[in-house]
Write a protein that binds this ligand. Structure first.
Ligand SMILES: *Cc1c(COP(=O)(O)O)cnc(C)c1O
Length: 217
């Protein structure tokens, strides 16, 4: 699918469910994609991208930022505490805040550096052992603690289990956000972004539908 086809699908879904057109931001997930494909999407005028790894983004985005203005890059993948400083320098937002140690490190460095990227708290809505994120039952307390550290919590993020109806997880994330007064909802990927828009996503994270399959070989 082209970028414009995806944008059209998002706008149609926003209209269908009575949301303002343009209220969902499309994050083009460029992880593992060859630079040529990423550059083509930049040339089409798209400016918001997502990456999974600090190291990979460090090798890719400083160069693109020199070539193209107003680029925004969000970190979507897990963040090791020892890479927090580098991540804060590279990214405009971090979607994977998921534990007190990371929150404390972000808060300490934010004081030191004088700024902090926008933060999304990842919620493990499917309570899967192998997945990152705070458990739904712990989310309220974690959000409260992060705010007490003066962290800029702008949203929640989830990755639903592969074998379950994603809409149920999107609805759960929305409920947790609403009861905590959190506005951002980072949810929906190539296979389910329209369902995420229907459930109120403010950010959808779409990779392979835009760029084609990732070649890990
Ligand atoms: C890779 C990834 C995406 C994009 O996945 P696609 O299925 O290619 O759209 C979105 N969110 C996260 C956290 C990812 O790791």
């Amino acid at each position: 699918m082209s970028l414009s086809e995806i944008t059209t699908k998002i706008e149609k879904e926003e209209t269908r469910v009575g949301r303002p057109v343009g209220s969902t931001q499309l994050i083009a997930v460029s992880k593992v994609q060859p630079n040529g494909r990423v550059e083509a999407v930049l040339r089409e005028g798209h400016r918001l991208f997502g990456e999974n790894k600090v190291q990979e983004a460090a090798g890719k985005w400083p160069g693109f930022r020199e070539q193209f203005s107003d680029v925004k890059v969000h970190l979507l993948g897990p963040l090791q505490t020892n890479k927090t400083r580098q991540a804060m320098e590279l990214f405009d937002a971090i979607h994977s805040v998921d534990r007190p140690k990371l929150a404390n490190t972000l808060a300490r460095l934010a004081q030191e550096i004088g700024h902090c990227p926008d933060l999304f708290i990842q919620v493990n809505t499917g309570e899967e052992d192998q997945k990152a994120g705070v458990m739904p039952r712990d989310a309220d307390a974690f959000i409260k603690d992060a705010r007490a550290l003066d962290l800029p919590v702008v949203g929640l993020m989830c990755i639903p289990p592969a074998d379950e109806e994603a809409s149920l997880h999107f609805a759960l994330l929305r409920k947790i956000a609403a009861r905590n007064g959190v506005e951002g909802l980072s949810m929906g990927m190539s296979g389910d972004f329209e369902r995420a828009v229907a459930q109120g996503a403010t950010h959808v994270r779409v990779g392979s539908a835009i760029f084609g399959a990732r070649d890990y070989g």
